[in-house]
Design a protein around this ligand. Structure first.
Ligand code: AMP
Length: 503
C-alpha cells in the first residue's frame, strides 16, 4: 500500500497546500524524511534536486514552526535555509510560500547580486523562514543588520555545491553563530570528506536518508548520441532547433549544456545569427539577466536556454523536453545532473549528446558510470552541404533512422527495439559506484576550463527523480497546434546556408 501525506503526520493546512499543488503521494525522500523531521531529529539527506527534497524538509518544518508558535524574532529568523545559488534560493523560497500558504508564516529570501540595503530593510522586523545564500547572509550579519540567534531549524541544501562554490569558511562561521539548541537538516548529493566533517559539526546523531543509488540515470529519459566534429556542432544544433533534423520528441523547451561560460555565450550568439533566439545562463550573468532568462524559458517565450553546469544545477524547470549536451562533461556525474533537468517529477524526457572524436573518453566514462544505453542518431541528410555553406536549410525529409519516430508530445515513447544507429548501443556495461580518478583524461581542445565550472569531483550523484505521481501532466497540452512533431525555434525564418560555426 502506498503511503499518503496524511499518514506521515502532516497538519491540515500543509495537506491542503499540497492538495493545491496537486501532489498526491510523497516521493521516497519525503516518505523517509518527513516523520523523522516531525519528531525533531536532525537529518542527513543524500539526494539531489529533482527528488522532491525541498518539500521533504519544508513541509515538516512548517508544521514544527507552527506548533512551537514562537514570535517572529526581531532582525532574525526561526528557520534558516542556506542554498548555494540565487536560483535555488529563489526556488526554495517560492516553494516555502506555496507550502506554507495557509500556515501564516512569513518567508523571505536574500541572495547576492541584489541591493543589500533592500535586504536590510526587509529583514529589519525579522522573518519566520529565511532562504539565503551564505555570502549575503554573512554580509548582513557583519553589518549587524541580522543575527542568527532566533534559528530553531537550520537547513543546508546542496552542501557539496556550496563547498564547490567556496563557501566553506562561511559555513564554518555560520555554525558558530546559530544556537546550539536547534534542528539541522543537511542535504548533499555527494559525501566527500569535507562534507562529512561539516555533517559532524552541524548535526547531532542525524537520521540518514538516501534516495536512489548513485549514478543511475533516470529510466524515463531516452538517451541519444550524435557523433559530430567539434567545429560542426553549432551547425548541427542550429539544424535541430530549426526543425531541420528528424530527432525524437517534440521540441518544447530545450536546455543546451556547454562546459564554459564563454562557450554558452558563443552558442547563443551563433544561434542568433541563424535566427534562433536563445538565452544563456551562467555565473557571469547578472541576477536580473538570470531571472529573465529563466522566466522566458519557463514561459517558453525563449524556449532555448544555454547553460553551464553550475548555473543549471538545482534549477527546477518543469517541462524541459530535451537536454542537449553540446559538449560532454569531463566529469561523468555532471552528465547525470544535466539530463536530470528533463524528466522532472515523473515526466518523460529526451537527452541528446553531441560527441566529437576527442570526447570519446568522456563518453566512455559516462557509460561506465551510468550504464546508459545511447541510441545513435545519424546526422541530418544534408548536413555536409549545410556545413560547407552550399546546402539548403529547409526541413529535412523524414529519413534514414527508422526505429525512433517522433511522436506527438505527451505520447509515451518506449525505448526498446533493435539498434538503428549501430555500434553504440547495447554494450554490456557494469554500473559503477565509485568513479576512478580522471587525472590525465584529455581536456577538450586541450585548454583549461575558463570558468572553472566543471566541478571536478569524483563522488557519485544520484540521478533520481521523485517517483510520485503528478508528473505526467506536466508537459502535456503545451504544444502549439500545427507543426506536427517538430517545432522550429527560429523567429526570423531560416537563412539559406552559411550557418557554419567557427567553433
Ligand atoms: P525538488 O527536488 O525539491 O527540487 O523537487 C523537484 C520537483 O518535484 C519540483 O518541481 C516539485 O514541485 C516536484 N515535487 C516535489 N514533491 C512532489 C510530489 N510529492 N509529487 C509530485 N511532484 C513533486
Amino acid at each position: 500500500m502506498t503511503t499518503t501525506f496524511d499518514q506521515l503526520g502532516l497538519s491540515q493546512p500543509v495537506l491542503q497546500a499540497l492538495d493545491l499543488k496537486g501532489y498526491t503521494e510523497p516521493t521516497p525522500i519525503q516518505e523517509q524524511a518527513i516523520p523523522a523531521v516531525l519528531k525533531g531529529r536532525d537529518l542527513l539527506g543524500i539526494a539531489q534536486t529533482g527528488t522532491g527534497k525541498t518539500a521533504a524538509f519544508m513541509l515538516p518544518s512548517i508544521d514544527r514552526l507552527r506548533e512551537a508558535d514562537r514570535q517572529t524574532p526581531f532582525k532574525s529568523c526561526r528557520m534558516l535555509v542556506l542554498a548555494p545559488t540565487r536560483e535555488l534560493a529563489g526556488q526554495i523560497a517560492a516553494n516555502a510560500k506555496e507550502y506554507g500558504a495557509l500556515a501564516g508564516l512569513k518567508v523571505q529570501s536574500i541572495v547576492g547580486g541584489t541591493s543589500v540595503n533592500k535586504d536590510r530593510n526587509k529583514l529589519h522586523r525579522g522573518t519566520d523562514i529565511l532562504v539565503a545564500t551564505p555570502g549575503r547572509l554573512l554580509d548582513l550579519v557583519d553589518q549587524k543588520a541580522f543575527n542568527l540567534s532566533g534559528v530553531e531549524v537550520l537547513v543546508l541544501d546542496e552542501a557539496d555545491q556550496m563547498l564547490d562554490l567556496g563557501f566553506i569558511h562561511a559555513l564554518r562561521k555560520i555554525n558558530d553563530l546559530v544556537p546550539a539548541e536547534r534542528q539541522t537538516l543537511f542535504f548533499s548529493a555527494t559525501m566527500p570528506k569535507q562534507i562529512k566533517e561539516l555533517v559532524n559539526k552541524y548535526c547531532r546523531n542525524p537520521v540518514q536518508v538516501s534516495v536512489t543509488p548513485a549514478a543511475t540515470t533516470a529510466e524515463r529519459i531516452e538517451q541519444y548520441l550524435l557523433m559530430v566534429q567539434q567545429d560542426e556542432k553549432q551547425t548541427l544544433l542550429g539544424m535541430i532547433l530549426k526543425g531541420q533534423h528528424d530527432i525524437p520528441g517534440k521540441l518544447e523547451r530545450v536546455l543546451v549544456f556547454t562546459r564554459t561560460k564563454h562557450g554558452a555565450d558563443r552558442v547563443v550568439k551563433k544561434l542568433a545569427q541563424i535566427g534562433v533566439q536563445a538565452n544563456a545562463i551562467h555565473g557571469n550573468k547578472s541576477q536580473p539577466q538570470r531571472e529573465r532568462a529563466l522566466s522566458e524559458f519557463k514561459k517558453a517565450k525563449t524556449p532555448v536556454l544555454v547553460a553551464t553546469d553550475v548555473a543549471a544545477r538545482g534549477i527546477d524547470i518543469p517541462g524541459v523536453s530535451h537536454v542537449i549536451n553540446y559538449e560532454l562533461p569531463n566529469v561523468p556525474e555532471q552528465y547525470v545532473h544535466r539530463i536530470g533537468r528533463t524528466a522532472r517529477a515523473g515526466a518523460d524526457g529526451i537527452a541528446i549528446a553531441f560527441c566529437a572524436e576527442d570526447e570519446r573518453a568522456y563518453l566512455k566514462d559516462i557509460r561506465k558510470l551510468t550504464d546508459a544505453e545511447f541510441e545513435r542518431l545519424p546526422l541530418p541528410e544534408n548536413f555536409r552541404a549545410v556545413v560547407e555553406g552550399v546546402g539548403p536549410t529547409k526541413p529535412a525529409p523524414k529519413q534514414q533512422r527508422q526505429r525512433v519516430k517522433p511522436k506527438p508530445f505527451g505520447a509515451g515513447r518506449g525505448r526498446g527495439g533493435a539498434n538503428a544507429g549501430g555500434q553504440d548501443q547495447g554494450e554490456a556495461r557494469k554500473p559503477k559506484n565509485k568513479h576512478p580518478n580522471r587525472a590525465g583524461k584529455p581536456n577538450r581542445a586541450g585548454k583549461p576550463n575558463h570558468d572553472g565550472q566543471s566541478g571536478e569531483r569524483s563522488e557519485n550523484r544520484s540521478g533520481g527523480r521523485p517517483s510520485g505521481p503528478g508528473g505526467q501532466g506536466q508537459q502535456g497540452g503545451r504544444g502549439k497546434p500545427g507543426g506536427g512533431n517538430r517545432r522550429r525555434f527560429n523567429n526570423r525564418g531560416g537563412k539559406p546556408g552559411g550557418n557554419r560555426a567557427s567553433g
